[in-house]
Design a protein around this ligand. Sequence first.
Ligand code: PGA
Length: 263
Amino acid sequence: MDVIIAKNYEDMSRYTAKMIADFVRSKPNCVLGLATGSTPIGTYRELARMHREEGLDFSQVKTFNLDEYLGVGMERNKPYDLDQSYARFMYEELFRHINVQKRYTRVPNGLTTDPDHYCQWYEDEIKKAGGIDLQLLGIGGDGHWAFNEPGSSFSSRTRIEELTEQTLDDNYESFYKKAGISRKDMPHYAITMGIGTILEARNIIMMANGSKKANVIARSIEEPPTTQITASALQLHTGGVTIVLDEPAASLLKNTDRYQYLP
Ligand code: PGA
């Protein structure tokens, strides 16, 4: 496991984007696992810049997103500001700025009428694509990966998960409040890849920034893995794991001599 500590959000984002770009250049038809939330926005902006200015080519890349709110999707007739779907987020923050092919991008369909069947189909699609080469992840305030809330099994697969009060609060503050949607009206369930699904990705990059994440980061990296902090499953991963943090998110780590501090 490599732990990289950047001075600030911008440096964390640039470092992560460069890792992803190097990966895409070395395997132009790779399968990327993508995340939503406030954490990866800077990384996506930098990838968009690299596409624009350096010709970083995504034309053969396939993508799978981690999760989507249940009951939510990119609905054509929905007022733009009210669409808080992760499908919309990915389109706005990344897909429309790069040359990825729409048919190669998958975000779980929150509007599915048969969620159980759909979740199995999503798993099968990942397998058909050859599995995920590089999965990007944030970490929730309650230590979750994707929407695998505390108590999710490390062998869990893509499924419906009920969101915790903390996740609802966090996502309300970051996204729904700005859109003028009341907390009680935001979705309380989501489709999420499972921890077992995520652990099958050949490489993992997890990012975190800000002092609010310092506690869950320290517990994920330096304490025994526990399903109460589902991101701690990173310790069970057998491939390449890189954790990219800013200094505030890294502030409670103790084994600092084992980590790489960026200049
Ligand atoms: P955030 O969410 O990037 O908005 O902090 C991270 C997550 O919930 O995984």
